[in-house]
Ligand binder design. Structure first.
Ligand SMILES: Cc1cc2nc3c(=O)[nH]c(=O)nc-3n(C[C@H](O)[C@H](O)[C@H](O)COP(=O)(O)O)c2cc1C
Length: 203
């Protein structure tokens, strides 16, 4: 085994170790709305469940500059967003939105994706998604490295689930019908592989 001290590594090398080992990562496609009503959209793989009761999720929005990304800025300002689970059918269109456009320009214009109104939040979602969550901002943490803010860690509370009925049975999700895609390192993605079961031991 090789021991690596992250403090002796470059940021780039630590990044490569993380994105290569914490795999596969689910991908959240987040739509947000600016104060002026412009819809922003971008994918995020630093994404997971934080709590199920109440239902909460997290997204780590990295700062490429000293300013927050548009997604984090809009969430801070309007306190709402919509998260979609990226799947084989929509991943190519979603990928187009990862382009870094100037604030105030909508990535949605680069895609064939269509907006659909939400029920409880003012941010619209996209139609071409089997699952979408309407989310209210619970908390946002500015993660620092020394004095510099490097990440906006967004914690959101789900206030509405939209699930395509075809993928639902007994209140559960059929993973093969959802057909999610996940992020690996570089430009690589993966689909679901072999599924196996393991019963949890009981006392
Ligand atoms: C599949 C995928 C996953 C991504 N995951 C993240 C992530 O977890 N955090 C992040 O800050 N950027 C991530 N990015 C990059 C953002 O999507 C990109 O910076 C985008 O332009 C941000 O949009 P915004 O500035 O409109 O918020 C990812 C890109 C792709 C294609």
């Amino acid at each position: 085994m090789k021991f690596i001290n992250p403090k002796e590594n470059t940021n780039r090398d630590n990044y490569k170790l993380l994105i290569g080992t914490i795999i596969p990562r689910p991908v959240a496609f987040a739509t947000t709305r600016s104060k002026d009503g412009i819809i922003n959209a971008a994918p995020f793989s630093y994404f997971n469940i934080v709590s199920s009761a109440p239902p909460m999720i997290s997204i780590g929005v990295i700062r490429d500059t000293v300013e927050p990304k548009d997604t984090a800025r809009n969430i801070k300002e309007t306190k709402e967003f919509v998260v979609h689970i990226v799947d084989s059918d929509n991943v190519e269109e979603v990928n187009k939105t990862a382009m870094n456009l100037p604030y105030g320009e909508s990535e949605m214009d680069l895609t064939k994706l269509t907006l659909v109104p939400s029920t409880k939040v003012k941010v619209p979602g996209i139609k071409e998604s089997k699952v979408r969550f309407e989310v209210e901002l619970e908390d946002i943490f500015e993660i620092k490295d020394g004095e510099k803010i490097v990440t906006d860690l967004v914690i959101g509370r789900i206030v509405g689930f939209h699930i395509l009925e075809d993928i639902l049975y007994d209140g559960k999700i059929d993973p093969l019908k959802l057909d999610p895609v996940a992020r690996l390192a570089g430009s690589n993605y993966s689909k679901l592989g072999e599924i196996f079961s393991l019963v949890r031991p009981q006392k």
